[in-house]
Design a protein around this ligand. Sequence first.
Ligand code: F6P
Length: 198
Amino acid sequence: PRSIWLSRHGESEFNLEGKIGGDANLSERGERYAKLLPELVKRSGLPKDAPLTIWTSTLKRTSQTAQHLQKELGWEKLQWKALDELDSGVCDGMTYQEIAEKYPEDFQARDDDKYNYRYRGGESYRDVVIRLEPIIMELERSENIIIITHQAIVRCIFAYFMEIPQEKSPWMEVPLHTLMKLTPKAYGTEVERFKADI
Ligand code: F6P
């Protein structure tokens, strides 16, 4: 059965500062994840004789995370705007603390209904699920894809393949520096996790 490999990008400078969105570079630790990824992917078990194709977002942190897979393994990389992180609109670049202070009602509204809450000038999880539809369709008819994307996007793709209701995806834990391998089986999708030791 064919598998899909899925990961968040390595830790970024913004992750370190607790800022959301943006287009920051990887931190040193994030760089270490990028360097370890070829080994981690090999350890996960690759299809015989077939390279994977790398799908990233258009943001620097996902491309940087993919760079050693490209260089060391010679895999091809494709960038998708549809894989960019949930657009946090006017809150882009802020910390959750700053959002709570500047937009207290929005902060509360998001907590009350995180799936439907749409950032001012930005997106909701519901919006993201809709813009991911073409990606999911393309994934369903492709083989040997590794996706390196962002927290909210990983949640929605994961929920889709695990048949978890999308309303639950905004609250799912997706740790950094952990590669997931999803393999469809007769009884449902099997998940294997490979954590980088960094
Ligand atoms: O903090 C990392 C991040 O990817 C942000 O860029 C993004 O806004 C956020 O996570 C999404 O997670 P949540 O929906 O839980 O705020």
